[in-house]
Each structure stands twice: as structure tokens, then as C-alpha cells.
Ligand binder design. Structure first.
Ligand code: MRU
Length: 359
């Protein structure tokens, strides 16, 4: 069987000379607002504020952030440049804690710098090549995992997804949405249901926009309606992304994912996790060891910039991610194949096939 062509019209960033132009995802779908990022500080800010987001894209953006740190210090000597890059690394390393792709990319940059020649231009070039390599590997991983995953989706029916694990979150066709794109390219007749994904609405704003850009059938629903949709038989499979997969197969993904997984498990619907191997963290033993980002209260108490709908002074719990236990995940779809069932052994077997530098 020939591989289908898996494409998208959506791209979250464009490289420029000594800068990265990013699609500011906070303004979607109302505005396609492109912002030029010239420094590591600006990149860390774009990451922290979710102008760019999604685990694999965070990896690439962090690597380009390191490169920008070097670019802005290229006029000094090596000591000056290395100090600037070290500062950039510290800043980028503090930007968001959960997506392990970000740290993985920073470590790849460390390795590139360690073997680069001493003159500043060569060090700038080494970081650029490293960042390009992170982006290229992610683009290829998305395509490969999309093809692996597509055959596991049903020939027809409803597919539920949560948050945005699409082109906007990666350097390629996406992870969960890549799998859906590839299944559609194979001729499967799927109806996509996207949870709105409170509180920042990545599903309603980003997944809906990105799929509509590609003329893919999508219906959004409040997060609270997902269990009902599964119960009434409208969902034949769920497919989501991940921010970090622990060694035992526990998965951290956008908050609300574990509720979807529980509903699917209860009703016998397979929940697939699609992620490149850069999202698997063998150094984290299980879900309890995954750092879960907690974000600002005002994301929950009211609309962005608008008057709060919650009473002033109310206490807020706002974790950006949750953990879905491995036993609730039907399979983990990666670029080298699928871990199914999800066990430490099946995951380790995939990691052993990881291309050099991936993990
Ligand atoms: O807070 P976000 O929008 O960065 O969270 C994104 C997610 O949870 C995605 O599902 C995950 O990063 C996988 S993206 C391919």
C-alpha cells in the first residue's frame, strides 16, 4: 500500500534572517497575528504566554531561542557569546515546566555547543543547525507517527480529541491531528469532535480553526459534554497528544484528558496517545514525578482581559495538565511504531529504536 500524502495548510512559524516569525496563537481564530521574535528573551516570553505552545513546537522554539541568544551576542568574543547563551538557556528552561520536549531540545543544543569550534560565528551556526535539526526531526516524526496511527482509527465514525495536538503544536502535520489527517487521506470517513478545552480554549479556538483551514469536518463541544458524547455511542476512538510520557507509560497532557480517558475506558472506546519519542521521558519514573504547571488564577476567573465572572478573592486551582494512567491508554503512537498495551517494556522497546539524538 502506498503511503497517503498527509498535508496541512497550517504553519505556526516561519524562519527569517536572524529572527523567527511566529503565529501568535493567543489571537486565533479572530486574528492571524504574526510576531517577529528576535531575542531569547522574546522567545521565552512567547513560550510563557502561550503565543507559541504545544510540546513538540516548544522544543523547536526553545532551540531557536538558544540560537537567537547567540545571534544577539555574535559581535563579542567567545566568552561573551557563551555567557549570553547560558543566560538564554536558563531563561528558556524556566519558561514552561511540563513539556519534556523543551528540555530535550535544550540538551541537544548543549551537545551541539560542546562540540562546536570556538569562534562566535561557528557557535551561532552550530546552534542554528541544531535548531533546524530539532524542527526537521519533528516534522518527520509527525508524518511517520501519523501513518502508523492512521490504520488504528476506525473506517468511519466519531473521533474525539482534546486540546490542540495539531500543526499549530508541532513543526509538521501534528500528532493527534496528524493521525486524523492521515486516516482521512486513507479514505476513512471520520467526524472529529474537539473538546473546547477550558480554560484557554485550545480546542475551540485552535483545533477548530486548524481543521477548518484544511476543510476537515469538526464539531466543538464543552469539556463537560465529552462523557455524554462517549456514553451515547458517538465516539469510536479518541486520540490526544502528550506533554510528557513517563517511563511506565503514564501520560501528562492538557488538563481534562484524564476525564476523557476515564469515560472512554468505561464505555470501551480506545483512547490513543500520539507523540514523538522526544515526548517520552525515561528519566521520569511515573506520572506522579511529572511536574505539572499551575497557571494564573485569572485564566479561570474570567475571559482574557474582560471582567471576571467569579467573585473577587475566590480561591482557584488551575493546573495546565493532568496525568492519565497508562492502564487507561489503549496505545501510544510514535514515529517508530505503537506501544500496545502500554507497559514499561513496550515503551522501552520503542525507545530502543529511537533515531540517534532523539532521546
Ligand atoms: O498548554 P498547551 O496549549 O501548550 O498544551 C498543549 C497540549 O496539552 C498538547 O496536547 C500537547 O502539548 C501535545 S501537542 C502535539
Amino acid at each position: 500500500v502506498n503511503d497517503p500524502t498527509v498535508t496541512t495548510r497550517v504553519t505556526p512559524y516561519v524562519l527569517e534572517e536572524d529572527a523567527v516569525r511566529v503565529l501568535d496563537q493567543r489571537f486565533l481564530p479572530a486574528q492571524e497575528n504574526w510576531r517577529v521574535v528576535r531575542t531569547a528573551e522574546e522567545m521565552a516570553d512567547a513560550i510563557r504566554t502561550l503565543a507559541v505552545r504545544g510540546a513538540p513546537l516548544l522544543g523547536a522554539m526553545a532551540a531557536y531561542g538558544m540560537w537567537l541568544g547567540a545571534v544577539r551576542a555574535r559581535d563579542g568574543d567567545r566568552t561573551h557569546l557563551d555567557a549570553a547563551v547560558a543566560g538564554a538557556r536558563a531563561l528558556l528552561g524556566r519558561s514552561r515546566p511540563t513539556a519534556v520536549n523543551l528540555f530535550h531540545a535544550l540538551e541537544r543544543c548543549d551537545a551541539a555547543l560542546a562540540t562546536a569550534p570556538g569562534d562566535p560565528e561557528a557557535r551561532v551556526a552550530a546552534l542554528k543547525a541544531c535548531a533546524d535539526g530539532v524542527a526537521r526531526a519533528d516534522r518527520e516524526a509527525c508524518r511517520a507517527l501519523a501513518l502508523h496511527g492512521a490504520r488504528h482509527l476506525p473506517d468511519e465514525g466519531g473521533v474525539l480529541t482534546h486540546c490542540n495536538a495539531g500543526a499549530l503544536a508541532t513543526c509538521g502535520v501534528g500528532t493527534a491531528l496528524g493521525v486524523i489527517r492521515a486516516a482521512l487521506a486513507l479514505g476513512k470517513r471520520l467526524k472529529v469532535y474537539a473538546d473546547e478545552t477550558r480554560p484557554l480554549l485550545q480546542g475551540a479556538r485552535l483545533t477548530a480553526w486548524e481543521l477548518m483551514q484544511d476543510s476537515i469536518d469538526v464539531t466543538i463541544l464543552p469539556d463537560g459534554a465529552a462523557a455524554h458524547l462517549v456514553w451515547r455511542g458517538s465516539i469510536q476512538a479518541a486520540v490526544v497528544g502528550a506533554d510528557r510520557i513517563a517511563r511506565n507509560g503514564d501520560v501528562a497532557n492538557k488538563v481534562g484528558t484524564s476525564g476523557v480517558a476515564l469515560a472512554c475506558h468505561r464505555h470501551g472506546v480506545p483512547l490513543w496517545v500520539a507523540a514523538p519519542l522526544t515526548t517520552v521521558d525515561p528519566r521520569t519514573p511515573d506520572g506522579r514525578a511529572i511536574p505539572i504547571e499551575e497557571r494564573a488564577d485569572d485564566e479561570v476567573t474570567g475571559p482574557p482581559g474582560g471582567p471576571p465572572w467569579a467573585p473577587t478573592g475566590v480561591k482557584v486551582f488551575n493546573p495546565a495538565f493532568d496525568v492519565t494512567e497508562a492502564s487507561l491508554v489503549h496505545g501510544i503512537i510514535t514515529e517508530v511504531g505503537v506501544a500496545q498495551p502500554v507497559t514499561p517494556a513496550t515503551l522501552a522497546a520503542l525507545l530502543a529504536q529511537a533515531p540517534a539524538g532523539t532521546n
